[in-house]
Structure formats: C-alpha cells, structure tokens
Design a binder for this molecule. Structure first.
Ligand code: TEU
Ligand code: CA
Length: 556
C-alpha cells in the first residue's frame, strides 16, 4: 500500500490508498499446494508472495479460507473464526499477514455473510426447535397448503430456494445450495454477531473485505425480493459504523444487481457504506435471456465499450469503479474477450491495457497475468463445481445433450477459473507434487509463471508495468474518461485527462491489421507509456494497427 502524494493539479480529490492499488485475487484451493495433498493452501501462498511482489500488486483478495464442509469450495462457512484444515491454521494465516505486510501487500478477506454452511453451529442449533435462541438466525417459513414451498424463489444453483426440514415442519431459505442456508439479517442478533466477527479480523490487521452477494442481505422473501431490499443500505451503513468505518480499509461488494444509481448509494463518498462494488454488466450482456450463461452471445465490442463508458461516466465525480475481466466464477478473460489461438500474447496484453487504464481499481484474477485460458474438458466427470454439476443434472432432465452442455460449460462454467495455477512446466504446472483436486490445463507446458518471469516481453511483465504506471501517473488514477469511435467494431479508443495531461489509449480487437481514421483532436505526440508492438510516440489522423495492437501515450 503506497503513500499518497499530493499533486497540485488534483488537490481537491478525496484520495484513498486503494485508488492507486492493484488487487490480485487468489482462489486458495487452486493457487499453490505446499504439502502434496493436491489442494492449494495458505503456506503455499506464502511461498509465492515474492512472485506477487514482483508483479507489483498491493492487495490480495483471498477467496474463503475458513472452516467449511466445502460444498461450494468454502463459500459455505461453518466457522468464521477458524481456517479450514486443508488450507492451514490461524498461525499460518497470521504468518501470511505478516509476510505480505513486509512486502507492502495487504490481505482482503472474503466476507460471506448472506448465508452460512448448514454445518455452522448457528444452523445446527436453529433447526433443533422453533424456540431455540438461534432459530431466528435463519429464514424459516411454513409450507403451502399442500406441503409445497412457500413461494417459487429459485436457487441460483438450480431448483427451489426452499428446503423442507422434516423435524421442524418448516422450510428454510437457501439462495445458493441447500447446504448454504440464508442468514436472517432482519434479526439484530445476527447482525451483531457478524460485526463482532468482522472486528475480530480487522483487529488482526487485514486490509479489508470483499463482500459476497452483499446486495442480497436486505431480502424481503415474502415479496419475492432478493436483491436491493428495503433495508439493504441501512444494514451496510450500520456495518460501516460498527466495524470498519473508522479504519482505512478497502471494502468491495459483489453486487450482481447494481445499476449506476445504486452504485452511488453503495460507494458514494458521503454514504458511509463501501469503497466500491463489482458490477457485472459487461459479463451478463453476453448471457442469453432464457438460458443465461449456458448459451452465450458472440463478442460485441461496441456493446462492451458502451457498458464500460456508461460506468466510467456514472462514477466520474462520486463513487468508485472496480475494474475486472475475470474472477473465480467467470471464464478466463483471454478465452472470453481475446484471441487465445491466434494472438494469445498480444490480445492478453491489450485486454490488460484497456482495463487497467480506465478509472477505478483494477483486479487481476490469478493466472490472468500469465495468459491462462479456459479448459476443454470432454466429460462431466472432469468438472467439480457444484453449480455446473447441478445445472448439468437439470439440463439433462430438460433434454439438452451432454455435448451441448459441456460446450456451454467449457465456455462459461466456473471451473474454467479454478484449474491449478500454472507455475512451471513441471507436472501439473508445478501446482502440486501430488494429484491436483481438479485437472490442470495441459497448456501449462508453455503457459506458466516461470516462462512469464523469464521473458521481458511476456504478458506477466506487461501486467507488472501497468501496476507500476498506476503508481507513477495521477492521470491513470484520477483522469476523466472519454470514449471515442464508440461504434467502431474493432477498436477501443479513449482518453483520460487531468490538469494539462492527456493519456490516449488505442487498442485493436481485430486479428487483422487495420487502418484507422482518428478524429483530428486525437492527433498528438507524447511519451509512450505502454505498448505491445513497437512504441508509438506520434499519432496522426491515420493509424496502421497490427493485430491486437494497443498502446497508451501521454501528452503533458
Ligand atoms: O457468487 C454469487 C453468484 O451469484 C454466483 O453464483 C454467480 O451467479 C455465478 O457464479 C455466475 O457465474 C458468489 C461467489 O462468488 C460464488 O463463488 C459463490 O458460489 C456464491 O456467491 C455463493 O456464496
Ligand atoms: Ca495442500
């Protein structure tokens, strides 16, 4: 976390350390296995901190490492204040915090408080009897008159969101798997317990929280409302007051339902809620209205640019954007938005450039920085993700062929992001000396971190430069965004301006060379900050671009 330096041209900006930061997401199960059991772990992360320091990131977002039956790989927590044995111990975690801090890196934890595991002691108690003190920690409803679920709310993993508990004769709500019962946020005792737990971690010295499906905590089930419930923002303001409000931490909400105006409620500077949220519009714009991500639409650059531009403008003066292509739920960025076959290195760099030079805090998902790609599994047995496996069952019942389902899963399933991190050309990409819990992508032989580190022209070093540039140039952090050539099908062109500086970003998303007519106002000379072919220092009104060529030049 870097020190903030006042800059005369932008003195009125309310600066936060996380404005200048680059965040790196670790999915612990798939990152680095230190003891050969095939499962990544906390000591494995510690061994790789030097790598992350070289990359130049400031914060690690650690997907859940807490005690869990692992029905959803740790997003089902049975003890918020302990570490899952396969990931390590609390002592390992404290060592991770300390070792990361030595390298200037903060640790952001994943706060999963929309639901717990069904093995959490609260739920174990809650289902004992209707008058148990913990019963109201969860959301219970009577069956319908024929024993059916109270309403037709659906689980995000398929099927009804209600599970019948025969002992109590009641249904409980689970928006995710039946082993992830939803907490009842209307109960002040629930909120108090969560705040206590958050403070316990904050006191240990963490850098912040990523908040899992936080837009759901205000749900009003009887109205069929899950996201953006009436008290959502009251709860977040209360949380802010009771926990991290007085500390300089990074908080980012996962909000699939957010729109530009609610983003200002979450992240507006005087709202007392969160630092920023993740919005998913660039992801969901390619989902089918009926079949969702299992049948996806083709890449459409003008539509993508329109979404980014809309968000850049919406949060230009208040609120803050988070910038990401991928995470542990999403396909690999290079496979989704780039050209993994024809121009893997050039297109991976271009994706990085256009994302990291917009206004907001960029997030790198593990392996993205070395150009990792989607899987090409052939059989359903190779998948491990609960969402994919549930959906497979449902789609089979609905008559979809296994081949068609697997095609969709290889394109958009969550396991694409969960294959082992590819460290070297050693067996299983050097992730483990044992057998990994999920198959490695066979392309580890050429795509791996060791190769990236060794080659100054690699995707890795490109990401490293972007993280470094963010530290050096205020215009990258605070400059005003302006999109150009919005309808152009193959290029992404924008400027960032601050004080007397203009940063021009030009990127081709075409696998063919192209000739580009630029508006006269963009003709400029300047310093080349980053590029993936030869540096460009002069831009006339006609430009020749190589396949997936991109560059940024700074005029001062
Ligand atoms: O994800 C929320 C969520 O809605 C995802 O299930 C999403 O719809 C899907 O993956 C789209 O591809 C969060 C976590 O990031 C995810 O890993 C968890 O499974 C989920 O919450 C439940 O905690
Ligand atoms: Ca291990």
């Amino acid at each position: 976390m870097s020190e903030l330096q006042p800059v005369s041209s932008a003195q009125n900006i309310d600066r936060k350390w996380w404005h200048r930061s680059t965040v790196y997401q670790i999915y612990p199960r798939s990152f680095a296995d230190s003891n050969g059991d095939g499962i990544g772990d906390v000591p494995g992360i510690i061994e790789r901190l030097d790598y992350l320091q070289t990359l130049g990131i400031d914060v690690i977002w650690l997907s859940p490492i807490f005690a869990s039956p692992m029905d959803d790989n740790g997003y089902d927590i049975s003890d918020y204040q302990d570490i899952a044995p396969e990931f390590g111990t609390l002592a390992d975690f404290d060592r991770l915090l300390a070792e990361a801090r030595k390298r200037g890196i903060g640790i952001m934890l994943d706060l999963v408080v929309n639901h717990t595991s069904d093995a959490h002691p609260w739920f174990v108690e809650a289902r004992k009897s209707r008058d148990n003190p913990f019963h109201d920690f969860y959301v219970w409803r009577d069956p319908g008159s024929n024993g059916e679920p109270p309403n037709d709310l659906q689980s995000s993993f398929g099927g009804s969101a209600w599970e019948f508990d025969p002992h109590l004769g009641l249904y409980y709500l689970h928006i995710f798997s039946r082993r992830q019962p939803d907490l009842n946020w209307e109960n002040p005792a629930v909120r108090a317990e969560i705040y206590k737990m958050m403070n316990w971690w904050l006191d240990r010295g963490i850098a912040g929280f990523r908040m899992d499906v936080i837009d759901l905590i205000g749900k009003q089930v009887d109205l069929g409302i899950t996201s953006d419930g009436a008290h959502l923002h009251d709860y977040l303001q209360e949380m802010h007051r009771e926990t991290f409000g007085a500390r300089e931490v990074l908080t980012v909400g996962e909000t699939w339902s957010v729109n530009p105006s609610s983003a200002l409620l979450y992240s507006g500077r005087d709202r007392g809620e969160l630092s920023m949220v993740f919005q998913f519009e660039h992801v969901t714009q390619r989902w089918d209205p009926v079949y969702g991500k299992w049948r996806s639409k083709p890449f459409d650059l003008p539509a993508l640019k329109a979404v980014f531009s809309k968000w850049q403008h919406a949060l230009a003066d208040d609120g803050w954007n988070s910038l990401f292509w991928g995470n542990h739920d999403l396909p690999r960025a290079l496979s989704r938005y780039g050209d993994e076959k024809g121009y893997p290195v050039q297109s991976a760099k271009t994706l990085a450039t256009v994302l990291h030079l917009m206004k907001g805090t960029p997030y790198i998902y593990q392996g993205e920085e070395i150009g990792m790609t989607n899987v090409s599994f052939q059989s359903i047995d190779q998948y491990k993700d609960i969402e994919t496996l549930n959906m497979y069952r449902l789609h089979q019942q609905a008559g979809l062929s296994p081949e068609d389902f697997i095609r969709g899963a290889n394109e958009n399933g969550r396991d694409n992001a969960r294959t082992p991190m590819q460290w070297s050309a050693d067996p299983y990409g050097g992730f483990t000396t044992g057998t990994p819990w999920i198959e490695a992508n066979p392309n580890f032989a050429s795509i791996n971190a060791a190769a990236g580190l060794a080659d100054q022209s690699s995707v890795f070093h490109h990401y490293r430069k972007l993280a470094a540039l963010r530290k050096q140039h205020d215009v990258i952090v605070y400059g005003r965004f302006q999109l150009f050539l919005d309808q152009h099908p193959d290029v992404f062109v924008y400027t960032r301006t601050l004080g007397g500086q203009t940063l021009l970003v030009v990127a081709s998303f075409s696998a063919r060379p192209l000739s580009l007519e630029l508006p006269d106002e963009l003709a400029t000379t300047g310093r080349s900050l980053i590029f993936n072919y030869e540096p460009v220092e002069r831009v006339g009104s006609t430009l020749q671009l190589q396949p997936y060529e991109s560059f940024a030049i700074l005029r001062e």
